[in-house]
Design a binder for this molecule. Structure first.
Ligand SMILES: *Cc1c(COP(=O)(O)O)cnc(C)c1O
Length: 423
């Protein structure tokens, strides 16, 4: 055991949990006794609310077959507008600008497919060198589909330190050759939160279509996409939204783009009242639902009815405040326990300022991969992102201050016992 003084004692964490008005939400989730879950930024945990909504959907299938779409207390057909409205509130959009549909990568394809219109010398798409690979693949694919050359037309803003992006560098790269930019709200590795309001405003001023990948901010951070004037955004449902593995995702499209033909049109994008006329001419729905493609997956949507309702009930502002308190505490303990110096040599790769930080902390170490393995053997679920990042996400809905305290203790002991060394 490491040393502890008054402020780093576990009793301090326990006291904070006792006094926390949001601590009760933990009971709505399935946590495994003996396991500390710090990976809710990759896959959020199952809540009783989500489980119940899923059971309701399968019961409906059992009892009603195809009529499940239209009859019963909550027909399947009604799921998507309910979930879409909950998501719209989380991203600060009107309800008709958001649709709960498909998956993040597919949504990125269909939106870039409609809004990327290279012309004249404005042909480039702006991304960044720290971006999650699937976004890059989608953008390269969309450029190639338009007959462009991804090696020339995809521009990636570089990072100065390999962890974060400088907003001024992004702004400098928003030139008159850029047609469209896709940026992450929160960088998946370091957890840096970009200044979405400022970057959106500059992109708009310069005539660049701007889309946000909100995978690591939806359900964790309040957004004001409409006020900022973003063109589009995409996110998934299984991280902070706790919708379950591979659950339904969502997209936002600003109403100024309503009526455009989706990049990947499908019959679910046709207004419902004429969809079953089965015409061969695509008619886009007059709102964001035009970007739906297929028959929506009821069973991978149902959990979101429960899990997004919990977020609405707790309140995103309050969750954000609690999330910052948890990550502040994590940083404070790493410092206070001396883990940022020899012999531990952990580093914090996430910006310290609240307005530049998402929901997780990137703890860096040369032996990060081995440390994540050692943590797993100790019952701590974290994840490793090459080359040197241990991502720790104390999730506002279900992680406790005591969890954070215990994780730091494990990080100390792993090094004290040499569990991070090869062998
Ligand atoms: C998680 C994540 C994805 C995942 O995409 P899927 O299509 O859901 O597999 C994409 N982009 C970012 C930035 C992510 O964090």
């Amino acid at each position: 055991m490491g040393m502890s003084d008054g402020s780093t004692a576990r009793a301090v964490a326990e006291e904070r949990d006792r006094l926390d008005p949001l601590a009760g939400y933990r009971e709505r989730f399935y946590l495994t006794p003996g396991i500390i879950y710090m990976d809710g930024n990759s896959l959020g945990l199952l809540s009783r609310d989500a489980e119940q909504a899923l059971q309701e959907a399968t019961e409906q299938w059992k009892r009603s077959g195809i009529q499940g779409w239209s009859i019963g207390e909550r027909p399947w057909g009604a799921y998507f507008s309910i979930i879409g409205a909950l998501m719209a509130d989380m991203v600060g959009a009107a309800h008709d600008e958001v649709v709960a549909t498909a998956s993040l990568t597919v949504n990125l394809h269909t939106l870039v497919g409609s809004l990327y219109r290279p012309s004249g010398k404005r042909r480039k798409i702006l991304a960044n060198t720290l971006e999650f690979p699937t976004d890059i693949y989608a953008l390269q694919g969309q450029i190639a589909l338009r007959g462009g050359d991804p090696a020339r037309d995809l521009v990636r803003v570089e990072s100065g330190d390999g962890r974060s992006l400088d907003e001024d560098d992004i702004i400098a790269a928003l030139t008159d050759e850029v047609a469209l930019a896709v940026l992450p709200s929160v960088l998946y590795r370091s957890g840096q939160l970009l200044d979405m309001a400022r970057l959106t405003a500059v992109a708009r001023e310069r005539g660049v279509i701007i889309g946000w990948d909100c995978a690591h901010s939806i359900g964790a951070i309040p957004h004001r996409l409409d006020d900022w004037g973003a063109d589009f955004a995409v996110w998934c449902g299984y991280k902070y939204l706790n919708g379950g593995p591979g659950s339904l995702a969502g997209l936002y499209v600003n109403r100024r783009h309503f009526g455009r033909t989706p990049g990947l049109p499908g019959w679910s994008g046709v207004p419902f009242d004429i969809r079953f006329e089965m015409r061969h001419e695509f008619v886009a729905a007059p709102d964001a639902s035009a970007w739906q493609i297929s028959t929506p997956p009821v069973l991978s949507a149902a959990p979101l009815l429960g899990s997004c309702s919990i977020i609405a009930e707790a309140g995103l502002e309050r969750l954000r405040t609690r999330s910052l308190a948890l990550t502040d505490y994590l940083i404070e303990l790493l410092e206070g326990r001396g883990l940022l110096a020899a012999p531990y040599e952990y580093e914090i790769g996430t910006p310290r300022e609240h307005h530049r930080r998402g929901g997780h902390i990137a703890v860096e170490h040369r032996q990060a991969s081995r440390i994540v393995g050692a943590l797993a053997r100790r019952g701590v679920i974290a994840d490793f992102r090459a080359p040197n990042v241990i991502r720790l996400a104390p999730v506002a809905l279900y992680s406790s201050f005591a969890d954070v305290w215990d994780v730091v203790e494990h990080l100390a002991q792993v090094v004290e016992n040499g569990e991070h060394l090869g062998g």
